[in-house]
Design a binder for this molecule. Structure first.
Ligand SMILES: Nc1nc2c(ncn2[C@@H]2O[C@H](COP(=O)(O)OP(=O)(O)OP(=O)(O)O)[C@@H](O)[C@H]2O)c(=O)[nH]1
Ligand SMILES: [Mg+2]
Ligand SMILES: [Zn+2]
Length: 404
């Protein structure tokens, strides 16, 4: 059955009325019981579709109890999340059930995830996340520090807006890194160059960036490029802002929202770097539709592609170089002194920038190291799941025996 809370029909089915009635009843109980969480990012009242709900999510939800309500994760606080429900402007702070935490998608529950929420127990006014629904897209990186594990930055996003400023942040190498991470996310990359009011010498950066992805030149001060940026986040879609600290991500959130919802931090005078002003990932609803995720500035971005997650993400971001590599005489060509190297030939005839080749080689080397580490991580996870599965079975068995 494919049905939205407000009775918006995605498809047809005989039990649709019951589903929407059950959900409506639960929605009423949600508004009668319990405290309403006063969040900074309080959304206007949005329909499920405006929140990004899709027929695919509806069919995932159909496998669960009809009384559960779909909710979009707007902020994550370890074992609790702030969620937005359809047709109410009151966000809720809810706990995650153990199994929702345990079965969370890759990199943990993230802003933008869709969850099903329900009462904590029979007649209880407390609401909990029962499960997190499978994601359509996700921007995942390797968690900061030495640990080799994934961290989901934003989920179910249509576009990742890679933000870089004209006042010294621009780096093609860094953009390459973001593009590799986005290649396996399922989302579309757009490069947003900010603070155009601060310089007139960004022509070269603009040209380099436009070879990598679509580019929008903006200024939060003069309003340059904001209409174009808005058109990237139409109603029912979600975009995430990512980039270094101080490049003006939160300033973009504020101008697009038309109010000062996020703190903007001054950049350091000597190197124009930011001071990591934003510390939480959070969701914002734009006045003319569309949802936007603001994220804290990243010091480093190490891409993460799940083991066995399909196409190689580095090749995805470097399709031009990867296509050349296929034409090398030897399949294990290291693109050094080997005869018949198509990449070296392309560099020599100025068909490709040697810097781009160097960037590809570095990211490809990193990918191979990362895949080796990730295989270890996947194995540890598997063992952990097997242990917790066995423990759950034992508990069930003991409980059954206790009853009989
Ligand atoms: N002149 C000018 N300044 C800007 C623009 N956008 C942002 N700024 C300033 O740049 C500084 C950093 O902006 P933020 O929006 O806090 O940067 P951020 O990317 O959110 O930084 P983190 O939260 O630390 O990741 C602030 O002082 C902003 O006011 C712009 O378009 N033009
Ligand atoms: Mg910020
Ligand atoms: Zn070669």
């Amino acid at each position: 059955m494919l049905y939205g809370v407000r009775g918006t029909r995605f498809g047809d089915g005989s039990s649709t009325l019951n589903v929407s009635r059950a959900r409506a009843n639960f929605a009423r109980r949600l508004s009668t019981f319990g405290l309403v969480w006063q969040a900074v990012t309080a959304p206007p009242s949005l329909t499920l579709e405006e929140l990004g709900w899709t027929p695919a999510l509806e069919s995932h939800a159909a496998a669960h109890s009809k009384t559960f309500m779909p909710a979009r994760v707007a902020s994550v606080y370890s074992a609790r999340v702030e969620v937005w429900l359809a047709d109410t402007s009151a966000p809720r702070m809810v706990a995650l059930r153990g199994r929702a935490l345990r079965d969370a998608p890759e990199g943990g529950v993230a802003v933008g995830d869709w969850a099903l929420v329900g009462p904590a127990g029979l007649g209880s006014s407390e609401v909990v996340v029962e499960c997190v629904l499978p994601r359509r897209t996700a921007f995942v990186r390797q968690a900061a520090g030495e640990r080799s594990e994934p961290q989901a930055i934003a989920a179910n996003i249509d576009r990742v807006l890679i933000v870089t400023s004209v006042d010294g942040d621009f780096s093609t190498r860094r953009l390459d890194r973001y593009l590799v991470a986005i290649a396996s996310s399922g989302a579309e990359p757009v490069i947003v160059i900010t603070k155009a009011d601060l310089s007139t010498e960004f022509g070269e950066d603009l040209e380099k960036a436009s070879k990598l992805a679509r580019v929008i030149l903006t200024s939060a001060r003069t309003g340059l490029g904001l209409e174009e940026l808005r058109s990237e986040i139409p109603r029912g879609t979600t975009a995430a802002l990512v980039g270094s600290s101080g490049v003006g991500k939160s300033a973009l959130v504020n101008v697009l929202l038309g109010r000062s919802a996020q703190h903007e931090g001054a950049v350091r005078e000597y190197d124009n770097r930011g001071r990591h002003t934003t510390t939480k990932r959070s969701l914002f609803a734009l006045p003319d539709g569309g949802l936007l995720v603001d994220t804290p500035g990243m010091r480093e971005l190490k891409p993460w592609q799940g083991v066995g997650a399909g196409d190689n993400d580095v090749d995805g971001a470097f399709a031009d170089v990867a296509a050349l590599a296929i034409a090398c005489k030897y399949t294990d060509c290291r693109h050094g002194a080997e005869p018949g190297c198509a990449i070296r030939a392309a560099v020599q005839s100025a068909l490709i920038d040697p810097e781009r080749v160097a960037s590809w080689e570095k990211l490809e080397r990193e990918r191979q190291e990362r895949m080796a580490r990730q295989s270890v991580f996947a194995l540890v996870q598997e063992q952990r799941l097997a242990r917790s599965g066995a423990a759950a079975l034992r508990k069930k068995f003991t409980a059954k025996r206790g009853r009989s």
